[in-house]
Design a protein. Sequence first.
Length: 376
Amino acid sequence: MVDGTAQVLVISGSVGAGHDGAADELIARLRGLGVRAEVRDFLDAVPWFARLVLREGYTLSIGYAPRFFDWLFVNLERAGWVQRVTLWLCRLARHRVRRWARGSQVVVSTYPLASQTLGYLRETGTLDAITVTYLTDPAVHRMWVHPSVDHHLTVTEATSRMGRLVYRTPMRPVGGLVSTRFGERLPAERRRALRAELGLAADRPVALVVAGSLGLGDVPSSVREIAGTGATQVLVLCGRNERLRAEFAGDPDVVALGWRDDVHQLMGIADVLVHNAGGLTLTEALTAGLPAVTFRPIPGHGTANAATLAEAGLAPWPKDVAELAEVVREHESLRRDPSSVVKEQDAARAVLALLASAPAAGTGPRPGGTARRRTA
């Protein structure tokens, strides 16, 4: 049983929308289960210059220096100055994160650098809460994993398997943290009406192209190549990137939209999703049973995610336009089984089970530091 004083802290990172989206959904589910829960932004725990680098540097490097971002991603995997500086930054956040965690029996991270800070606090014996990392990426990378974090949860079994095999870290799949609306079928009447509203033909398949909340990557080239195949109509979500949306103004073969709150309905009228990152929108598509294809992934984690998804059979990764056209034709109108991301015990209920077994807040740090046995 969980008493009324039990509390969960969720730490996200406002880089893109995927980490925040998962955190917000977890908070909503926990509150629906009667659990007191609050969310914090990890970027508020670091100095202002680090906040600027993490937020703006991510966008600028992917948009204007993709090779640098790929180099950075690769070097975070190995011992060296890049990794040391990043971990030093995570340690700088420890005092504020520890203050945030006071009174919480379970602390969940949906952002990799926050996971490193939680692991450091557990390793040094200065945090007595149970710590959990919820990996929002399909591919595991070094910053997602800390040996002193108590539990690592994943969206799919493919990610869990990679964590066990590559990082020797137990991980447990608990499904996606997205709204239950994505699991609902759109009525045929609403499907026809929405297509007409957006100017899409009712008798041709629709490819929904997404590039995250920031519209990152070489989206214009990808969209025009998809439209050029003649295999499908193209509906592109540009997120908050108005410059990207303006790229398609007047293009009769493309319907370009900005930030939308009805993505679940847009997925309901689409026949295939084409993505370049493998983040929250990909999880939403898998939940909706919408077939997904990776094309021209962004560097770093985008490429790593593409490889993991393709190997697991969750989303093929065509390397050229001809292969893309063939894959899109194969996948259109074939809704899939969402069992890879819809689990009987989801992330919220997994956290609830941990909360029931957690010691009361304020009982002091657990002894033993790194000697504690990691579990999934």
